[in-house]
Design a binder for this molecule. Structure first.
Ligand code: F6P
Length: 549
């Protein structure tokens, strides 16, 4: 795995010069100069997804230079290394093989000389058999009743992925109800417990490490409550399951061995929804649909691995992101799904991107002097339009946006979907072109597109445009499409990690807070006076202790 300082590459320097040359170019001009711009700057993937990246502040030359950059950053070898199981998670000395979890071709993938596809398929089989039993009512609760409710207990990657996918695929749900508990804040568990009938509920304790404080605390509370009601330790067998790498700890904490769905250390938490971490998904959409989900991701994997860079969707999304993040110095990216079922997609991408590339040390161990991962945020359309779009349209910042929707609605009602799509198309148009189409003369009359002679009020009503966006238009959001979508973003993050020259598959940045909170807990529980903090933290703790007497 090479460590290349991106800003020292020839392409980076050329891109800086190029940025200087075109930074004021308006999307209006780019479209006027190329009547085929849409055709030239869009891709269709498997007749299922249209990616339109024409409304970006890029030219053919920008693309050429960005493609040179990824060549110089050795992306081909990096992709090869990931797919072939090399230990690219250097700081944890592990391969990164979530792609093996959706390897539908079953070609062997070796880790330490062993074909991991054998175990992957065994766990898939276990998921299939178990989910069939629950769905068909063969698996019973302790009092002999059918299972009707599944509760996933996990946090971070062991929560956001399953929760997002379960919500996104709601139209494919069977009769089972699924709930999620992630937060240590007992309010969440309390509220879910109110909806649980222990006789008919199963609990999936989802933790790769089986040591995460939130998950283990929630599990223990749940187990105590469960035992209080049913009073029989043996009933745990019918109701509690673990999804983990750490089988011994799961057994230690009372999960029966047969109820453990194994995970491997080469699956990163935020890339784990394809594994048994997705058990809640399998239970609620059935194994057949889960396989379609895996197939979508697999098709995108093959595309990412084999398609030339100049036709490669994840690579284009990554390069466009780098163009804004590192040359325009935009700080954020907005993810804007126009699909109610994708309401958790922005927070899912937030973890996937920010935990992966939110790093300040490069692969040489040096402090970086370039921007790494952007701040990811977003909201479903059209709700966002009535809250923060104002700032995107008329604020002072450049905010690249990804607009995501589907042509076919799962719940067509009168003209709703057409209205939704008209908003979807209108926003990218308005952001890109501002008022141009409606008032060409005024628009082009003065530099910076603001005419000093404009009436006072008109200045406030003016839209300058030139706000970039990508449009992802799916035929229909089904398990296959969702697999494509997630895999697309995963590989975008991978490619950007290569360009930023950071290690994308660790997350050391979350450790410090965990350690400090463990120490503070001692202070809250036992008022351990040996531990003292600076005046602010100490003052807060003292205030708490005083009022909690
Ligand atoms: O918060 C950091 C993190 O390690 C995430 O990367 C991970 O997804 C989450 O905690 C949960 O970890 P685990 O699955 O081991 O409980």
């Amino acid at each position: 795995m090479k460590s290349i300082v991106p800003i020292h590459t020839r392409s980076w320097k050329k891109l800086e010069q190029h940025f200087h040359d075109i930074k004021h170019l308006h999307l209006v001009n780019l479209f006027e100069n190329d009547t085929n711009r849409f055709k030239n700057f869009s891709f269709i993937f498997k007749k299922n997804l249209l990616l339109d990246f024409s409304k970006n502040r890029i030219t053919h030359q920008t693309i050429k230079l960005l493609l040179n950059l990824v060549q110089e950053m050795n992306l081909s070898n990096e992709i090869q290394s990931m797919f072939s199981g090399k230990h690219i998670n250097i700081t944890e000395n592990r391969p990164v093989l979530h792609v093996a979890l959706r390897n539908r071709s079953n070609t062997p993938i070796f880790v330490n000389g062993l074909d991991i596809m054998i175990e992957v398929n065994l766990i898939l089989k276990k998921m299939k058999e178990f989910s069939n039993k629950v769905i068909q009512g063969i698996w019973k609760g302790y009092s002999g009743k059918n299972i009707t409710h599944v509760v996933n207990v996990g946090i971070g990657g062991s929560h956001l992925g399953p929760k997002m996918v379960v919500e996104a695929l709601k139209p494919y749900h069977n009769h089972l109800k699924v709930s999620f508990v992630s937060n240590i804040d007992s309010t969440e568990l309390f509220n879910v417990l109110k909806t649980c009938d222990y006789e008919t509920t199963i609990f999936l304790i989802s933790s790769k490490t089986f040591s995460t404080e939130e998950t283990i605390t929630n599990f223990k509370t749940l187990k105590n409550n469960f035992l209080k009601q049913c009073g029989d330790q043996n009933s745990i067998q019918q109701h509690f399951f673990a999804i983990t790498v750490n089988e011994s700890e799961a057994i230690n904490l009372g999960i029966p061995k047969d109820n453990i769905f194994k995970l491997w250390d080469w699956v990163g938490g935020r890339y784990s929804v394809w594994s048994a971490m997705g058990l809640s998904v399998v239970l609620v959409i059935g194994f057949k649909n889960f396989c379609k989900f895996l197939q979508g991701a697999y098709d995108m994997d093959i595309h990412f691995k084999n398609e030339p860079f100049e036709k490669n969707l994840p690579i284009f999304l990554a390069l466009i992101g780098v163009w804004y993040n590192n040359f325009f110095n935009s700080e954020t990216e907005a993810i804007l799904p126009y699909d109610q079922y994708l309401k958790y997609f922005p927070s899912y991408v937030q973890q996937s991107n920010m935990e992966s590339n939110g790093k300040n040390i490069d692969r040489n161990g040096n402090l970086v002097s370039w921007n790494t991962g952007p701040i990811i945020w977003g909201e479903v359309g059209t709700n966002g339009q009535h809250s923060f779009y104002q700032l995107i349209h008329q604020g002072t910042r450049l905010i690249p946006c990804d607009f995501i929707t589907s042509i076919i609605s799962h719940n067509p009602l009168e003209q709703h979907h057409k209205i939704l799509l008209s908003n979807f198309f209108a926003q990218t148009h308005a952001l890109a072109f501002g008022e141009y189409f409606y008032n060409k003369n005024r628009f082009l009359s003065k530099s910076n597109f603001i005419n000093k002679d404009m009436d006072f009020l008109k200045k406030f009503k003016f839209f300058k445009g030139n706000q970039p966006s990508n449009t992802l238009l799916f035929k229909k959001m089904n398990p296959y499409s969702l697999g494509i979508l997630i895999s697309l973003y995963e590989h975008k993050v991978f490619t950007q990690g290569v360009i930023f020259n950071v290690f994308s598959f660790d997350q050391w940045g979350v450790e410090l807070g965990k350690n400090i909170s463990n120490n503070i807990l001692k202070k809250l529980l036992y008022n351990d006076c040996n531990l003292c903090y600076e005046s602010s933290t100490q003052g807060l703790i003292d205030f708490y202790n005083f009022h909690n007497q």
